[in-house]
Design a protein around this ligand. Structure first.
Ligand SMILES: *Cc1c(COP(=O)(O)O)cnc(C)c1O
Length: 379
Protein backbone atom coordinates (compact mmCIF):
# COMPACT_ATOMS: atom_id res chain seq x y z
CA UNK A 1 0.00 0.00 0.00
CA UNK A 2 1.00 3.58 -0.48
CA UNK A 3 2.11 5.86 2.33
CA UNK A 4 -1.18 7.76 2.74
CA UNK A 5 -3.20 4.54 2.73
CA UNK A 6 -0.97 3.02 5.41
CA UNK A 7 -1.13 6.25 7.43
CA UNK A 8 -4.92 5.97 7.55
CA UNK A 9 -5.38 2.20 7.79
CA UNK A 10 -2.28 0.32 9.03
CA UNK A 11 -2.84 -1.25 12.45
CA UNK A 12 -6.48 -0.12 12.59
CA UNK A 13 -9.14 -2.67 11.76
CA UNK A 14 -12.68 -1.60 12.75
CA UNK A 15 -13.53 -2.30 16.38
CA UNK A 16 -15.22 -5.76 16.47
CA UNK A 17 -18.12 -5.14 18.91
CA UNK A 18 -19.78 -2.12 17.24
CA UNK A 19 -17.78 -1.69 14.04
CA UNK A 20 -16.60 1.76 15.19
CA UNK A 21 -14.43 3.04 12.36
CA UNK A 22 -12.09 4.77 14.79
CA UNK A 23 -10.10 2.73 17.25
CA UNK A 24 -11.52 3.41 20.74
CA UNK A 25 -9.54 4.87 23.62
CA UNK A 26 -9.22 1.77 25.81
CA UNK A 27 -9.10 3.71 29.06
CA UNK A 28 -8.59 0.75 31.36
CA UNK A 29 -5.84 -0.35 33.70
CA UNK A 30 -6.59 -4.06 33.62
CA UNK A 31 -8.56 -6.79 31.84
CA UNK A 32 -10.84 -9.53 33.15
CA UNK A 33 -9.48 -13.03 32.50
CA UNK A 34 -12.12 -15.66 31.53
CA UNK A 35 -10.55 -18.35 33.71
CA UNK A 36 -7.39 -18.96 35.70
CA UNK A 37 -4.47 -19.47 33.34
CA UNK A 38 -6.24 -18.04 30.27
CA UNK A 39 -6.47 -14.41 29.15
CA UNK A 40 -7.45 -12.67 25.90
CA UNK A 41 -3.96 -11.38 25.13
CA UNK A 42 -4.34 -8.48 27.56
CA UNK A 43 -3.36 -8.73 31.21
CA UNK A 44 -2.41 -5.30 32.49
CA UNK A 45 -2.36 -1.96 30.68
CA UNK A 46 1.29 -1.07 31.24
CA UNK A 47 2.10 -4.23 29.30
CA UNK A 48 -0.60 -4.14 26.58
CA UNK A 49 -3.20 -1.64 25.50
CA UNK A 50 -5.16 -1.97 22.23
CA UNK A 51 -5.10 1.78 21.45
CA UNK A 52 -1.36 1.91 21.95
CA UNK A 53 -0.89 -1.35 20.01
CA UNK A 54 -2.74 0.14 17.02
CA UNK A 55 -0.45 3.17 17.02
CA UNK A 56 2.64 0.98 17.39
CA UNK A 57 1.63 -1.14 14.40
CA UNK A 58 0.78 1.98 12.40
CA UNK A 59 4.13 3.73 12.87
CA UNK A 60 6.06 0.49 12.32
CA UNK A 61 4.30 0.17 8.93
CA UNK A 62 5.08 3.78 7.97
CA UNK A 63 8.77 3.35 8.82
CA UNK A 64 8.90 -0.01 6.97
CA UNK A 65 9.93 -1.66 10.23
CA UNK A 66 8.59 -4.79 11.90
CA UNK A 67 8.03 -3.70 15.48
CA UNK A 68 6.99 -0.44 17.13
CA UNK A 69 6.80 0.52 20.81
CA UNK A 70 5.43 3.80 22.11
CA UNK A 71 6.63 5.76 25.11
CA UNK A 72 5.58 8.68 27.28
CA UNK A 73 7.98 11.06 25.52
CA UNK A 74 10.65 11.14 22.87
CA UNK A 75 13.24 11.20 25.65
CA UNK A 76 11.88 8.01 27.25
CA UNK A 77 12.03 6.30 23.83
CA UNK A 78 15.69 7.33 23.49
CA UNK A 79 16.42 6.27 27.07
CA UNK A 80 15.02 2.78 26.49
CA UNK A 81 17.19 2.25 23.39
CA UNK A 82 20.29 2.91 25.53
CA UNK A 83 19.07 0.64 28.32
CA UNK A 84 19.69 -2.26 25.93
CA UNK A 85 23.43 -1.56 26.46
CA UNK A 86 25.69 -2.46 29.38
CA UNK A 87 28.15 -0.48 31.43
CA UNK A 88 31.41 -0.19 29.45
CA UNK A 89 29.73 -0.09 26.05
CA UNK A 90 30.66 2.72 23.67
CA UNK A 91 28.42 4.94 21.58
CA UNK A 92 29.24 7.26 18.68
CA UNK A 93 26.80 10.15 18.46
CA UNK A 94 26.44 13.23 16.32
CA UNK A 95 28.10 16.34 17.73
CA UNK A 96 25.07 18.50 16.91
CA UNK A 97 22.04 16.83 18.43
CA UNK A 98 18.79 17.69 20.07
CA UNK A 99 19.89 19.34 23.36
CA UNK A 100 17.84 16.94 25.48
CA UNK A 101 19.57 13.91 23.97
CA UNK A 102 22.98 15.39 24.73
CA UNK A 103 21.82 16.07 28.31
CA UNK A 104 20.59 12.47 28.70
CA UNK A 105 23.90 11.08 27.42
CA UNK A 106 26.27 13.38 29.28
CA UNK A 107 24.47 13.84 32.59
CA UNK A 108 22.56 10.59 33.07
CA UNK A 109 23.85 7.68 30.98
CA UNK A 110 27.57 8.40 31.49
CA UNK A 111 27.01 7.92 35.24
CA UNK A 112 26.09 4.32 34.48
CA UNK A 113 29.32 3.65 32.59
CA UNK A 114 28.26 4.20 28.97
CA UNK A 115 30.97 5.92 26.92
CA UNK A 116 30.13 8.55 24.30
CA UNK A 117 32.21 9.99 21.48
CA UNK A 118 30.74 12.92 19.56
CA UNK A 119 31.71 13.37 15.92
CA UNK A 120 30.54 15.23 12.85
CA UNK A 121 28.56 12.31 11.39
CA UNK A 122 28.26 14.05 8.00
CA UNK A 123 31.90 12.91 7.67
CA UNK A 124 31.72 9.10 7.34
CA UNK A 125 35.48 8.81 7.85
CA UNK A 126 35.09 10.50 11.24
CA UNK A 127 32.52 7.86 12.19
CA UNK A 128 34.79 5.05 10.93
CA UNK A 129 37.75 6.52 12.83
CA UNK A 130 35.80 6.73 16.10
CA UNK A 131 34.77 3.05 16.05
CA UNK A 132 36.17 0.97 18.93
CA UNK A 133 35.92 -2.74 19.66
CA UNK A 134 33.20 -1.95 22.25
CA UNK A 135 31.16 0.41 20.02
CA UNK A 136 27.57 -0.84 20.11
CA UNK A 137 25.50 2.06 18.73
CA UNK A 138 26.07 4.76 16.13
CA UNK A 139 23.43 7.37 16.92
CA UNK A 140 22.38 9.76 14.15
CA UNK A 141 20.13 12.75 13.65
CA UNK A 142 19.75 13.99 10.10
CA UNK A 143 19.18 16.80 9.31
CA UNK A 144 20.62 18.01 12.61
CA UNK A 145 19.00 20.38 15.02
CA UNK A 146 19.45 23.30 14.51
CA UNK A 147 22.32 23.40 11.97
CA UNK A 148 20.56 21.22 9.34
CA UNK A 149 23.66 19.16 8.56
CA UNK A 150 22.78 16.03 6.60
CA UNK A 151 24.38 12.64 7.32
CA UNK A 152 24.62 9.79 4.81
CA UNK A 153 22.61 7.08 6.58
CA UNK A 154 23.57 4.30 4.15
CA UNK A 155 27.31 5.04 4.34
CA UNK A 156 27.27 5.35 8.15
CA UNK A 157 25.31 2.11 8.41
CA UNK A 158 27.98 0.32 6.39
CA UNK A 159 30.74 1.74 8.61
CA UNK A 160 28.87 0.84 11.80
CA UNK A 161 27.97 -2.67 10.69
CA UNK A 162 31.57 -3.36 9.63
CA UNK A 163 32.56 -2.66 13.25
CA UNK A 164 29.72 -4.70 14.78
CA UNK A 165 27.55 -1.74 15.87
CA UNK A 166 23.92 -0.95 15.08
CA UNK A 167 22.66 2.36 13.72
CA UNK A 168 19.89 4.24 15.52
CA UNK A 169 18.36 7.26 13.78
CA UNK A 170 16.28 9.95 15.47
CA UNK A 171 13.92 10.68 12.57
CA UNK A 172 11.82 13.31 14.37
CA UNK A 173 12.74 16.16 12.00
CA UNK A 174 11.60 14.33 8.87
CA UNK A 175 8.82 11.93 9.82
CA UNK A 176 8.66 8.74 7.74
CA UNK A 177 7.01 10.76 4.98
CA UNK A 178 10.30 12.51 4.18
CA UNK A 179 12.86 9.89 5.22
CA UNK A 180 12.85 6.18 6.03
CA UNK A 181 16.17 5.24 7.64
CA UNK A 182 15.41 1.49 7.86
CA UNK A 183 15.23 1.36 4.06
CA UNK A 184 18.66 3.02 3.93
CA UNK A 185 20.33 0.42 6.16
CA UNK A 186 19.72 1.71 9.69
CA UNK A 187 18.60 -0.79 12.34
CA UNK A 188 16.41 1.29 14.62
CA UNK A 189 14.37 4.47 14.12
CA UNK A 190 12.96 6.57 16.89
CA UNK A 191 10.79 9.66 17.08
CA UNK A 192 9.46 12.23 19.38
CA UNK A 193 5.83 11.76 18.26
CA UNK A 194 5.28 15.17 19.87
CA UNK A 195 6.43 16.77 16.62
CA UNK A 196 5.35 15.96 13.03
CA UNK A 197 3.78 12.55 13.72
CA UNK A 198 1.14 13.94 16.06
CA UNK A 199 1.46 17.30 14.37
CA UNK A 200 -1.05 19.30 16.41
CA UNK A 201 1.05 20.38 19.42
CA UNK A 202 -1.29 18.67 21.87
CA UNK A 203 0.54 15.52 23.00
CA UNK A 204 4.01 14.46 24.18
CA UNK A 205 5.19 10.99 23.18
CA UNK A 206 7.86 8.81 21.62
CA UNK A 207 8.27 5.65 19.56
CA UNK A 208 10.99 3.09 18.82
CA UNK A 209 10.73 1.12 15.56
CA UNK A 210 13.03 -1.78 14.70
CA UNK A 211 13.26 -4.65 12.26
CA UNK A 212 15.27 -7.16 14.31
CA UNK A 213 13.11 -9.52 16.42
CA UNK A 214 15.65 -9.94 19.22
CA UNK A 215 16.18 -6.19 19.59
CA UNK A 216 12.42 -5.59 19.52
CA UNK A 217 11.99 -8.15 22.28
CA UNK A 218 14.41 -6.21 24.47
CA UNK A 219 12.54 -2.96 23.80
CA UNK A 220 9.22 -4.63 24.64
CA UNK A 221 10.72 -6.03 27.84
CA UNK A 222 12.06 -2.58 28.80
CA UNK A 223 8.79 -0.85 27.92
CA UNK A 224 7.07 -3.04 30.51
CA UNK A 225 9.96 -3.18 32.99
CA UNK A 226 10.70 0.55 33.04
CA UNK A 227 7.10 1.53 32.41
CA UNK A 228 7.27 4.89 30.59
CA UNK A 229 4.33 4.01 28.34
CA UNK A 230 2.23 6.27 26.13
CA UNK A 231 -1.27 6.74 27.57
CA UNK A 232 -4.35 5.47 25.71
CA UNK A 233 -5.58 9.01 25.07
CA UNK A 234 -2.20 10.19 23.75
CA UNK A 235 -2.00 7.06 21.57
CA UNK A 236 -5.40 7.96 20.13
CA UNK A 237 -4.36 11.56 19.51
CA UNK A 238 -1.25 10.47 17.62
CA UNK A 239 -3.25 7.94 15.57
CA UNK A 240 -5.62 10.76 14.67
CA UNK A 241 -2.73 13.08 13.83
CA UNK A 242 -1.04 10.53 11.57
CA UNK A 243 -4.14 10.15 9.39
CA UNK A 244 -3.26 13.52 7.85
CA UNK A 245 0.54 13.12 8.01
CA UNK A 246 0.97 12.89 4.24
CA UNK A 247 -1.13 15.96 3.39
CA UNK A 248 0.39 17.94 6.23
CA UNK A 249 3.94 17.07 5.18
CA UNK A 250 3.25 18.08 1.58
CA UNK A 251 2.11 21.51 2.76
CA UNK A 252 4.95 21.81 5.33
CA UNK A 253 7.37 21.03 2.52
CA UNK A 254 5.88 23.56 0.09
CA UNK A 255 5.76 26.29 2.74
CA UNK A 256 9.27 25.41 3.96
CA UNK A 257 10.75 25.84 0.50
CA UNK A 258 8.98 29.14 -0.05
CA UNK A 259 10.11 30.49 3.33
CA UNK A 260 13.73 29.36 2.78
CA UNK A 261 13.79 31.10 -0.59
CA UNK A 262 12.33 34.25 0.89
CA UNK A 263 14.88 34.28 3.74
CA UNK A 264 17.79 33.61 1.36
CA UNK A 265 16.79 36.68 -0.64
CA UNK A 266 16.45 39.06 2.33
CA UNK A 267 19.57 41.19 2.95
CA UNK A 268 18.96 41.30 6.75
CA UNK A 269 19.52 37.53 6.86
CA UNK A 270 23.24 36.67 6.92
CA UNK A 271 22.90 32.94 6.25
CA UNK A 272 20.15 30.36 5.78
CA UNK A 273 20.59 26.71 6.78
CA UNK A 274 18.16 24.56 4.77
CA UNK A 275 19.06 21.36 2.87
CA UNK A 276 16.75 22.39 0.02
CA UNK A 277 18.93 25.35 -0.97
CA UNK A 278 21.49 24.55 -3.70
CA UNK A 279 24.33 26.10 -1.64
CA UNK A 280 23.72 23.73 1.29
CA UNK A 281 26.87 21.56 1.64
CA UNK A 282 24.88 18.29 1.52
CA UNK A 283 22.16 19.39 -0.90
CA UNK A 284 22.82 16.51 -3.32
CA UNK A 285 22.82 13.93 -0.52
CA UNK A 286 19.56 15.37 0.86
CA UNK A 287 17.98 15.10 -2.60
CA UNK A 288 18.99 11.44 -2.75
CA UNK A 289 18.20 10.41 0.78
CA UNK A 290 15.04 12.38 1.58
CA UNK A 291 11.70 12.69 -0.20
CA UNK A 292 11.76 16.46 0.25
CA UNK A 293 13.61 18.92 2.47
CA UNK A 294 11.12 19.54 5.25
CA UNK A 295 9.96 22.58 7.13
CA UNK A 296 12.81 23.31 9.53
CA UNK A 297 14.99 26.27 8.68
CA UNK A 298 17.65 28.03 10.73
CA UNK A 299 19.00 31.46 9.88
CA UNK A 300 21.60 33.83 11.20
CA UNK A 301 20.72 37.42 12.09
CA UNK A 302 24.20 38.42 13.30
CA UNK A 303 23.62 39.21 16.98
CA UNK A 304 21.48 38.48 20.02
CA UNK A 305 19.93 41.96 19.75
CA UNK A 306 18.87 41.34 16.17
CA UNK A 307 17.44 37.93 17.08
CA UNK A 308 15.52 39.45 20.00
CA UNK A 309 14.15 42.35 17.92
CA UNK A 310 13.05 39.89 15.26
CA UNK A 311 11.52 37.34 17.66
CA UNK A 312 9.68 40.05 19.60
CA UNK A 313 8.39 41.40 16.29
CA UNK A 314 6.65 38.34 14.83
CA UNK A 315 2.88 38.19 15.38
CA UNK A 316 1.61 35.13 13.53
CA UNK A 317 4.65 32.88 14.15
CA UNK A 318 4.57 31.71 17.78
CA UNK A 319 7.72 31.98 19.86
CA UNK A 320 8.13 28.64 21.59
CA UNK A 321 10.09 25.41 21.90
CA UNK A 322 9.03 22.40 19.86
CA UNK A 323 8.40 22.00 16.14
CA UNK A 324 6.36 20.02 13.67
CA UNK A 325 2.93 21.39 14.56
CA UNK A 326 0.42 22.78 12.07
CA UNK A 327 1.20 26.23 13.44
CA UNK A 328 4.49 27.96 12.72
CA UNK A 329 6.82 27.90 15.72
CA UNK A 330 9.90 30.01 15.98
CA UNK A 331 12.69 29.70 18.52
CA UNK A 332 16.11 30.84 19.67
CA UNK A 333 18.22 27.66 19.97
CA UNK A 334 21.05 29.23 21.97
CA UNK A 335 18.85 30.23 24.91
CA UNK A 336 16.04 27.71 24.47
CA UNK A 337 16.47 24.18 23.04
CA UNK A 338 20.28 24.11 23.16
CA UNK A 339 20.96 25.96 26.43
CA UNK A 340 22.24 22.67 27.93
CA UNK A 341 25.02 22.39 25.31
CA UNK A 342 28.30 23.86 26.69
CA UNK A 343 29.07 27.34 25.33
CA UNK A 344 32.31 26.31 23.59
CA UNK A 345 30.52 23.52 21.72
CA UNK A 346 27.62 25.80 20.79
CA UNK A 347 29.98 28.38 19.29
CA UNK A 348 31.97 25.76 17.36
CA UNK A 349 28.76 24.26 15.93
CA UNK A 350 27.38 27.63 14.85
CA UNK A 351 24.64 27.88 17.48
CA UNK A 352 25.28 31.59 17.88
CA UNK A 353 23.33 34.28 19.76
CA UNK A 354 21.99 35.48 16.39
CA UNK A 355 20.65 32.11 15.23
CA UNK A 356 16.89 31.67 14.84
CA UNK A 357 15.07 28.44 13.99
CA UNK A 358 11.67 28.29 12.38
CA UNK A 359 9.36 25.30 12.05
CA UNK A 360 7.18 26.35 9.16
CA UNK A 361 3.55 25.40 9.69
CA UNK A 362 0.78 24.87 7.19
CA UNK A 363 -0.86 28.29 7.32
CA UNK A 364 -1.08 30.33 4.10
CA UNK A 365 2.56 30.88 3.30
CA UNK A 366 1.94 34.47 2.09
CA UNK A 367 0.75 35.33 5.62
CA UNK A 368 3.82 33.68 7.16
CA UNK A 369 6.22 35.48 4.84
CA UNK A 370 4.47 38.83 5.47
CA UNK A 371 4.86 38.26 9.24
CA UNK A 372 8.56 37.38 8.94
CA UNK A 373 9.16 40.28 6.54
CA UNK A 374 7.58 42.80 8.92
CA UNK A 375 9.70 41.52 11.82
CA UNK A 376 12.89 41.63 9.72
CA UNK A 377 12.08 45.24 8.76
CA UNK A 378 12.55 46.19 12.43
CA UNK A 379 16.28 45.30 12.26
C1 LIG B 1 11.64 17.01 20.74
C2 LIG B 1 12.74 16.11 20.32
C3 LIG B 1 13.15 15.04 21.13
C4 LIG B 1 12.57 14.81 22.52
O1 LIG B 1 11.24 14.46 22.47
P1 LIG B 1 10.17 14.76 23.65
O2 LIG B 1 8.91 14.22 23.10
O3 LIG B 1 10.16 16.24 23.85
O4 LIG B 1 10.65 14.06 24.87
C5 LIG B 1 14.16 14.22 20.67
N1 LIG B 1 14.73 14.43 19.46
C6 LIG B 1 14.37 15.44 18.66
C7 LIG B 1 15.05 15.63 17.35
C8 LIG B 1 13.37 16.33 19.06
O5 LIG B 1 13.02 17.34 18.25
Amino acid sequence: MGFSTDAIHAGQSPEPVTGAVTIPIYQTSTYVQPELGRHLGYEYARTQNPTRAALEANIAALEKGKHGRCFASGMSAIDVVFRTLRSGDHVIAGENMYGGSYRLFSRVLEKFGLQFTYVDTSDVEAVRGAMRPNTKIVYLETPTNPMMTVTDIAACSEAAHAGGAIVVVDNTFCSPYLQRPLELGADVVLHSTTKFLNGHSDSVGGVVVSKDDAFAEQVAFLQNAVGAILSPFDSWLVLRGIKTLAVRMKQHEENGRAMAQYLAGNAKVKKVYYPGLPDHPQHELAKRQMNGFGALISFELGSYDNAKTFLDGVRLCSLGESLGGVETLISHPESMTHASVPLGDRTRLGITPGLVRISVGIEDVEDLIADVAAALDRL
